[in-house]
Unconditional design. Structure first.
Ligand SMILES: C[S@@+](CC[C@H](N)C(=O)[O-])C[C@H]1O[C@@H](n2cnc3c(N)ncnc32)[C@H](O)[C@@H]1O
Length: 287
């Protein structure tokens, strides 16, 4: 975990970690050793808030009390995982990014016979469906394969179903138009199962699978890696480590996409990329 002895913000006058920080460290260590999920290098402020939310929801008094519960009851771990993995997402999120992708990346992809894309931290899949729609409209979907991964199996199950809340369709339609969508957005879904069921042809070239960016290895030879709004929850050391993973997984001249608040500055391999559509966080691996 990022907080260590020597960090004055979390020290007692005697130079020990304050009790809350110690309990948080023990919790993260317990989660890792018992369940294999490694949150020890996630950014502390947001972790602390979410852990306390789970402490209250489980009706215990302290973080140590939560640790005791979850070591003996995997269902508590499942609930904590949902809290810690922060699954907020939306279709055509940050529409200007999709516009820039169409303008700058699609022409590159047209020069390839086949495109391998990794969407890391895909959550419930809205981003994957958005990408599939865009590639379909650009005539590239048939020769693309999208690997969509997340740490959390529960969100992946929802992604595979492709049913999204009907009451968000107006917002998504607006995003789609701003993203340069070429058809009518409603062509892509039908009202079913109490939601909007997206056309299953959009996932025909998608493989959803569990992958942990912190503990699992690299893949190889992707032409595009999208990892948006995930690294923001990691501390700098962990971000740098994951950038190593992306660098190793990206083909030469491949494209790396980050979220709007994320950066490559001061990261390992920063000098190996060129930003190709500023201010959008779209980078090309050049060495
Ligand atoms: C805020 S969502 C971002 C979803 C989507 N990329 C977007 O921008 O809308 C962050 C996702 O990252 C996933 N995540 C967090 N830690 C991860 C890890 N170590 N490995 C893989 N996915 C992780 C979470 O489960 C969550 O679904």
């Amino acid at each position: 975990m990022a907080v260590q002895v020597g960090d004055p913000q979390h020290e007692t006058p005697e130079g020990r970690l304050d009790l809350e920080t110690l309990e948080l460290q023990l919790l993260l260590e317990g989660v890792y050793r018992q369940y294999g999920y490694d949150f020890r290098e996630y950014a502390v402020a947001s972790l602390r808030r979410r852990v306390w939310r789970r402490v209250h929801a489980e009706g215990v008094e302290t973080i140590a009390g939560l640790l005791e519960r979850l070591l003996h009851d995997p269902s508590v771990m499942e609930r904590l995982l949902l809290d810690l993995s922060i699954n907020v997402t939306s279709m055509f999120r940050d529409p200007t990014f999709y516009g820039a992708f169409r303008a700058k990346v699609v022409p590159l992809l047209r020069t390839y016979p086949f495109t391998r894309i990794w969407v890391a931290g895909c959550s419930t899949g809205e981003e994957v469906y958005s990408l599939a729609i865009m590639l379909t409209e650009e005539g590239l979907y048939g020769r693309s394969r999208i690997y969509a991964t997340d740490i959390n199996e529960a969100v992946l199950a929802r992604a595979r179903e492709g049913v999204f809340p009907l009451d968000r369709m107006q917002e998504y339609t607006d995003n789609y138009i701003r993203a340069g969508g070429k058809r009518s957005f409603s062509e892509y879904y039908t009202a079913k199962y109490g939601g909007a069921l997206f056309d299953q042809s959009l996932t025909k070239n998608v493989v959803f699978s569990q992958h942990n960016l912190v503990t699992d290895g690299s893949f190889s030879e992707f032409n595009v890696i999208l990892c948006r709004n995930v690294l923001i929850y990691f501390d700098k050391t962990l971000q740098s480590k994951v950038h190593g993973l992306f660098y190793d997984s990206l083909a030469m001249f491949g494209v790396l996409v980050l979220g709007s608040k994320e950066t490559l500055r001061f990261m390992s391999h920063e000098e190996c990329y060129q930003q190709i559509a500023p201010p959008e966080k779209i980078f090309r691996k050049v060495k």
